[in-house]
Design a protein around this ligand. Structure first.
Ligand code: SF4
Length: 100
């Protein structure tokens, strides 16, 4: 299945989680279960294109366009302030604690 990726100003976006700050409350997995999931270690991770959990810390995954709002809401509501959405092209954060 081809998934249209989210873009800001025509730029593709990806999302990653800083597990060092994750509180494990699961808000992200409630907002966007297609993108986020809690692992057995109690921390949230992003999922890959086949919905597999990307268990490497800080692993990034593309943001599908239909899920952009859910992903952005997750980043805004994340109590750990540890969900980062960045442009693929230059790595600049567009949503999240390091966004300008
Ligand atoms: S919302 Fe943030 S702190 Fe909560 S589980 Fe998701 S990544 Fe961790």
């Amino acid at each position: 299945m081809t998934v249209q990726q989210a873009a800001v100003g025509g730029e593709e976006l990806e999302v990653w989680i800083d597990q060092d700050l994750c509180t494990g409350d699961g808000i992200c997995a409630q907002y966007a279960p297609e993108v986020f999931e809690l692992d057995i270690d109690g921390l949230a991770y992003v999922k890959g294109p086949e919905e597999e959990l990307l268990q490497a810390r800080g692993a990034a995954t593309p943001v599908p366009l239909p899920l952009l709002t859910d992903v952005v809401d997750s980043a805004r509501e994340c109590p750990g302030e540890c969900i980062h959405v960045r442009r693929l092209s230059d790595g600049v954060e567009v949503y999240g604690p390091d966004a300008e």
